[in-house]
Design a binder for this molecule. Structure first.
Ligand code: 3HC
Length: 659
């Protein structure tokens, strides 16, 4: 049967009297204007053609429909709009069944919910991830999903944005059946429903929910949301589905969607979405192919090395982990096994996958065993002599084209590279701790790094499922340089009149999981102290320097592990300590500073400005390529709230407000 074309992205064929519609809008079959108009034209055709019994909707490629086209947000709406199209599908006089071949997300899931049947292929997934973009579903998701799966389950799914795979979708009642050939099964479902009353989701009653369970589900979603508006709104709308009829429920949902879509929070999360997709793209690497990496060597099997090794194992690589002694190698192996077990317990890994990972792991105390590695990552003590000596030795062990990566946080990777025979094969891979959990990796493009080496490092990080951010060489790279500026500003405010708990409370109210002083206590104060002592000789005496942190360290207050730091921790509970206040007051008095009060707003503004200033410097120096990269580093490495978009995005908002 000939192909019919309804728009540039929507085609159909008639099969067994059923119009089988294919949506082909790469990369993810988003519901762009031409997809919506194509679907509307297909409905028109089916309505006017007696030979058509009904429709099957399916996606070309790996995705069913990836949602509304996020790039259209903020542009004037083009007809037909999605809610009307979805309503038309549900009200259609002939059966419309979707054959969900891949991800049905956001508006794609809403299209599926409005169909008269949903057949899931093995690779199907269903989700309403709108809250991750700071919005709620806007085409009926909050009203139709509870009718199918109940309000409690719907609050959990919509409030967290979690997607479910085909089997869970069927178990929940979201999908009718799982089929190896979803299109064939959907055709059969259309033929079965033809001429019978259609199963319209919107006509179903919302199943009665236990009000305590519903309230608990809503509270859980809100507790996880760190002050974001959308999850709470989603919970409210789903709960309302039981009280309002479909029409009023849809109107309330749409009004909420429009309000949130136009909010700064949603703009921030969309910025993060697109920044993540842009991350790791480097113009100069166009046409450069990454090298094949099969075996990864990890030197140092401590906490960091083990985390890196486990990430590489989970990413499918063979790993050879080197330690200094056979005993330390055994300890490392035990540590890695523990991390893999933990991943199984938290369901990030199946037992089978854990066993496969473990089978690919070799731990050794013989450096010569690294000979087969295509990429070696060092995670040894952060000392230049230790690292340069190691890289020199590796030169004689690994193949000449093997890549050498340093995980240094503060040392100069160019100096490490210079110690090797082939500096062009050296790159920085700065993982964050715990490396098996944290997504962020700063990929340091050193002065001599060859393009193929950088491309390989990026491909490696992506295969680990992590987020690579490319940066140039500078002390502390992107993250620690901004963190230092942020910390410096926080300490200035201590001298000027704020107390640690006031600064931390302001940051936590803004959305950071923990304020900066609490973070410092958790990380331990001694590493930064040692660095300050190293830098003392070269410090510009005219520069403002706050000595309070040094006084804390001198008093043995090294953070949580010593029970005392910026705070005291009686019974593990963070508590203000008058002894710290006294040290701060003494420091103010020594400089003749008269303290003044700070509002939470001023605290946040000053800290954001300090971060953005340092970010602008990083861009000007060419260390960071894009403001979005800086935002991603701070969000994924330092707890900056994603729904504020990162320091560069937030600064842009201020500039807009002031303009
Ligand atoms: N609109 C526009 N572009 C989108 C898009 C969308 N909904 N989803 C993905 N893209 C783009 C990405 O920006 C990227 O573009 P690039 O190649 O130019 O960088 C490209 O598609 C590929 O994206 P990924 O790299 O993320 O591809 P993956 O294969 O890894 O993942 C996916 C595919 C799971 C569909 C993932 O892209 C995704 O989660 N997309 C967002 C889904 C979403 O949030 N949908 C809801 C939208 S809001 C909505 O529907 C409102 C409605 O309720 C009214």
């Amino acid at each position: 049967m000939d192909e019919m074309r309804f728009s540039e992205s929507v085609t159909a064929r008639l099969q067994e009297g059923v119009l089988v519609v294919a949506i082909d809008n790469p990369p993810v079959n988003a519901l762009s204007a031409h997809v919506r108009s194509g679907l509307a034209a297909a409905l028109d055709h089916a309505a006017g053609e007696p030979a058509v019994t009904g429709l099957v909707l399916s996606g070309a490629g790996r995705t069913f429909i990836g949602g509304a086209d996020i790039r259209e947000f903020g542009k004037p709406p083009a007809e037909p709009q999605l809610p009307a199209l979805v309503g038309r599908i549900e009200a259609f006089g002939k059966p419309v069944v979707c054959a969900v071949n891949g991800a049905a997300l956001g508006g794609g899931c809403e299209v599926a919910l409005a169909c008269h049947g949903r057949i899931a292929g093995g690779k199907a997934s269903f989700g309403l991830p709108e809250v991750k973009l700071g919005i709620v579903p806007g085409a009926g998701g909050t009203q139709r999903l509870p009718r199918l799966i109940g309000t409690v389950a719907a609050v959990e799914l919509i409030g967290t944005g979690r997607a479910v795979r085909a089997d869970e979708a069927v178990a929940l009642g979201l999908a009718d059946a799982l089929a190896a050939d979803p299109v064939a099964a959907a055709i059969a479902a259309v033929r079965e429903q033809a001429g019978r009353p259609l199963r319209r989701t919107g006509e179903l009653a919302v199943p009665a929910a236990d009000s305590a369970a519903l309230a608990a589900a809503q509270a859980k979603v809100v507790a996880k949301s760190r002050g974001q508006a959308a999850p709470a709104e989603a919970g409210r709308l789903v709960a309302a589905a039981g009280q309002l009829g479909l029409e009023r429920g849809l109107a309330e949902e749409r009004a909420t969607f429009v309000r949130l879509r136009d909010s700064v929070e949603s703009a921030a999360l969309r910025h993060v979405f697109f920044a993540e997709r842009a991350a790791g793209k480097v113009d100069k690497l166009d046409g450069v192919s990454p090298r094949q990496v099969g075996t990864v060597g990890v030197v140092g099997a401590g906490l960091m090395g083990s985390g890196i090794a486990v990430s590489a194992l989970v990413g499918g690589y063979r790993v050879v982990a080197l330690e200094q002694t056979p005993e330390a190698a055994v300890d490392g192996r035990v540590r890695m096994a523990g991390l893999l077990d933990k991943a199984v317990q938290s369901r990030r890994l199946t037992g089978e996958a854990r066993d496969a990972c473990f089978a690919r792991l070799e731990t050794t105390a013989e450096a010569a065993d690294l000979a087969t590695a295509d990429l070696v990552i060092e995670a040894v003590f952060d000392d230049l002599a230790v690292k340069t000596d190691l890289f020199r030795r590796l030169d004689g062990i690994v193949a000449p084209d093997a890549i050498l990566a340093t995980n240094t946080s503060y040392l100069d990777p160019d100096a490490i590279a210079a110690a090797t025979a082939h500096p062009s094969r050296v790159v920085g891979l700065h993982f964050f701790s715990p490396a098996n959990v944290m997504r962020l990796v700063e990929v340091v493009d050193c002065a001599a790094t060859a393009p193929g080496v950088l491309a390989s490092a990026l491909a490696f990080v992506k295969r680990l499922g992590k987020l690579p951010i490319v940066c140039g060489v500078t002390e502390g790279f992107i993250g620690n340089r901004i963190f230092s500026a942020y910390r410096r500003q926080a300490e200035f405010m201590l001298e000027d009149g704020a107390l640690p708990h006031e600064i931390d409370a302001a940051l936590e109210a803004y959305g950071f999981p923990m304020g900066i002083f609490a973070v410092n206590d958790m990380a331990g104060l001694e590493i930064a102290w040692a660095r300050r002592k190293r830098q003392a000789a070269s410090r510009n005496p005219a520069e403002r320097y706050v000595k309070i942190a040094d006084r804390l360290c001198e008093a043995g207050r090294l953070g949580r592990k010593t029970g005392l730091g910026w705070y005291a921790y009686p019974d593990g509970k963070r508590t203000d300590d008058p002894a710290v206040t006294a040290m701060i007051e003494a420091a103010r008095a020594a400089k003749g500073i008269t303290p003044r009060p700070f509002t939470a707003q001023e605290i946040v503004d000053r800290l954001l400005e300090a971060m953005a200033d340092e970010g602008r410097a990083l861009l000007a120096e060419g260390i960071a390529a894009r403001p979005g990269d800086i935002d991603l580093v701070m969000i994924n490495g330092y707890g900056f709230p994603a729904h504020k978009g990162g320091p560069m995005f937030a600064a842009g908002q201020d500039e807009k407000r002031l303009a």
